[in-house]
Design a binder for this molecule. Sequence first.
Ligand code: NAD
Length: 246
Amino acid sequence: MNNKVALITGSSSGIGRTTALTFARNGFGVIINHLNDREQAEQVLKEVQNAGSQGLVIQADVSKSDEAKHMMDVAVEEFGHIDVLVNNAGITRDQLMVRLSDEDWLQVINTNLNGAFYCSRAAVKYMMKKRYGRIINISSVVGISGNAGQTNYAAAKSGLLGLTFSIAHEYGRRGINANAVAPGYIQSNMTAKLSPEQTEKIKSGIAVGRLGTSDDIAGVIAFLASPAADYINGQVIRVDGGLSGL
Ligand code: NAD
């Protein structure tokens, strides 16, 4: 995998951070994108360098088309190419639909879905030149089954699946594969918002009896970016420990 470069959006924390470190350990150059936590992103950069890889931090709001494009341009200026794009940046703004504001609907769609589109469109232009690319979209089990209180999030995560399948059809012949990972409940800032009672209830519905870790997800992302997955295209892989009810 040497000389390959991976850009992971929202990689100053959680699943994105662990994915950046996993790629670094696998010999990839790593581009760490963050929205507004430079300090944490610089810390991830140090760890990437300690793992013996080259890294670069780029601040960009993926929900802004021009910022997403600029990030890809800078990444290619610095590294010469982008081989792997992991669309990981995401937010939740949970609320029952009748109480959901236009703003919270739009913010979630803009970040979780439009952001992945802006980044993929910008990256594919460079990937086509090399006739090689791997796009990995971080969806959610909620994007497959829906969830009460998450109409915005579920709609965005379902949309990501349609985006993934369509990129796979449109660019498969040009050496670009697109796949999605659908995590269940993973320990991170996102699930830290749940109350202990909610967490216990969720755990009781997971066959393996625990929430997932960011390593559980990063390993699957790294697999999808590896030569072992070269013939996997347009798929969604659930990584949820055997979750029932969703
Ligand atoms: P997290 O909050 O640690 O990570 C999300 C990252 O996205 C943060 O670093 C945040 O700063 C970044 N981000 C948010 N908006 C951004 C923007 N506009 N531009 C750039 N970066 C932005 O939580 P996480 O659990 O690591 O989430 C990572 C991904 O996994 C998300 O897409 C999330 O929806 C998905 N996911 C998480 C779980 C879970 O249980 N934790 C389950 C399913 C899917």
